[in-house]
Design a protein around this ligand. Structure first.
Ligand code: GAP
Length: 445
């Protein structure tokens, strides 16, 4: 974990929020590489939810809503937890989760630590905001889950698009929770991003169960498809007493993190909780009935995904392909998630003819308008002409760039370049004019 935190800072993935003023607990800023990684996660999610299916549409609702929404949704009364806090590591656990309390005590016991807990306290996690400039200001809340924005727009979406039950509403956006003890880097933050699907179905016990199972398998498969090792993922069913107020049934996808198995994403059977509280019904023209639909929800955290993808991708490897030494850090990120897809180097920065050709290769791949190729899937492309080639390879390995191109003296004659693979460190020569199609093929495998 320490290695990832330091890599994130050093290479521009994640910085502490407001750092020059001493930071602020629970807030993080994403640097150039972190912004790319997060965008890639969100784009892949959106593609799999919205573009690759015809039963899901998107929405992008406001962060601040009428406070009546939070009354109806139950968050004002029930978005509270009776929590105890471990006095050693400050992890908070619900006071009624005896198994987890015990598990936590045992984890510390392995390090010969005997822990004690604070008295249970009840916390509401909604963050208050005040609108207007004259008193009395209107009190409302930053959204504690992005979910309600999908529900309050249910009727707008049904009447403005062609969706019919069963169908889903997908959304990505910021949520805020007034966490008392934010921690474990970005894992528990006060401001974070969620990617959520609310899938609406006809009320039916059997159909609801099937849909729940379908979505939990889909979501697990998505993380595996993007490279998370299967053995580092598991499902965990919520006990009745730990379930959120809106849930009839809930399972988490958990990740085997350096600080234990932790929630990655929640799959919730919300039944008719939300729509009935908002007094929303649906006229089903196919069966000629009006009913309150049920909701199956998948709710993932973009920041947790970024953190767990980074942790899972982190390797220290032996590399015999350069003379630099024996070990290198490599982020084996799935190419679809890697911040840079390709890096381009001139072999020597003081040879203008090499720099010129390398620059042409860079521009051909990096700028979508320059070459007539559909290269946007390859962007962004990195450029590096500092230090020796071995160091440049290592520098790209450390941020997960799948391919490095070197333009050398042979390139001037033969119009080809060396392409080096991050994971195998193998090198092959590829004709410059074939580079775009070569990478499009590699990156879309
Ligand atoms: N709409 C349902 C919902 O919000 P949740 O289990 O409370 O469910 C869903 O949250 C996901 O949001 C979590 O699995 C996690 O990935 C992310 N998340 C929740 N609280 C978070 C926090 N304080 N910091 C970072 N991510 C968080």
């Amino acid at each position: 974990m320490e290695k990832i935190v330091s890599l994130c800072k050093r290479r521009g993935f994640i910085f502490p929020g407001s750092e020059i003023y001493g930071g602020i607990a629970g807030f993080w800023d994403y640097g150039p590489l972190g912004a790319e990684l997060k965008n890639n996660i969100k784009n892949e999610w959106w593609k799999s939810m919205v573009y690759d299916r015809d039963d899901i549409v998107g929405v992008d609702a406001a962060i601040i809503m009428n406070p009546e929404v939070w009354k109806a949704s139950g968050h004002l009364d029930s978005f509270t937890d009776p929590l105890v806090e471990c006095k050693i590591c400050h992890e908070r656990i619900r006071a009624d989760q005896e198994d987890r309390l015990k598990e936590h005590e045992e984890e510390h016991a392995k390090n010969k630590e005997k822990i004690s807990w604070t008295e249970p306290k009840t916390f509401n996690l909604l963050t208050e905001v005040f609108l207007g400039v004259t008193e009395p200001k209107q009190k409302t809340y930053l959204r504690g889950e992005i979910t309600q924005g999908a529900f309050v727009n249910f009727q707008n979406i049904v009447s403005s698009s062609r969706v019919k039950i069963p169908f889903g509403i997908a959304q990505i956006g910021k949520a805020f929770r007034n966490e008392i003890t934010p921690g474990n880097f970005t894992f528990r933050s006060r401001e974070f991003e969620q990617m959520e699907l609310e899938y609406f179905i006809k009320p039916d016990e059997v159909g609801g169960g099937k849909m729940f199972n379908y979505w939990k398998e889909q979501r697990m498969a998505w993380y595996v498809m993007l490279g998370i090792k299967k053995e580092n993922l598991r499902f965990r069913t919520h006990q009745a007493e730990e379930m959120a107020h809106y849930a009839r049934f809930a399972e988490d996808i958990e990740y085997n993190s350096p600080f234990g198995w932790k929630e990655f994403e929640g799959i919730h059977h919300r039944g008719d909780w939300d729509l009935s509280r908002h007094k929303i019904t649906y006229k089903d023209s196919e069966i000629g009935e009006e009913y309150t639909p049920w909701v199956i929800e998948t709710s993932g955290g973009v920041d947790r995904a970024a953190l767990f993808f980074l942790l899972d991708a982190y390797h220290e490897d032996k590399d015999s392909s350069t003379k630099l030494g024996t070990s290198r850090i490599v982020l084996k990120l799935h190419p679809k998630l890697a911040p840079y897809k390709v890096a381009v180097f001139p072999l020597l920065a003081n040879k203008p003819e090499l720099v010129k050709l390398a620059r042409e290769v860079y521009e051909m791949l990096a700028y979508s308008t320059s070459s007539g190729h559909a290269t946007s899937a390859i962007a962004p492309v990195a450029w590096d002409d500092r230090g020796n080639i071995g160091k440049r390879y290592y520098s790209q390995d450390e941020i997960g760039t799948p391919y490095c191109i070197t333009v050398d003296f042979e390139s001037l004659e033969k119009k080809d370049v060396t392409v080096r693979d991050r994971d195998t460190t193998k090198q092959e020569r590829v004709k410059i004019k074939e580079l775009a199609s070569f990478f499009l093929k590699q990156l879309n495998k």
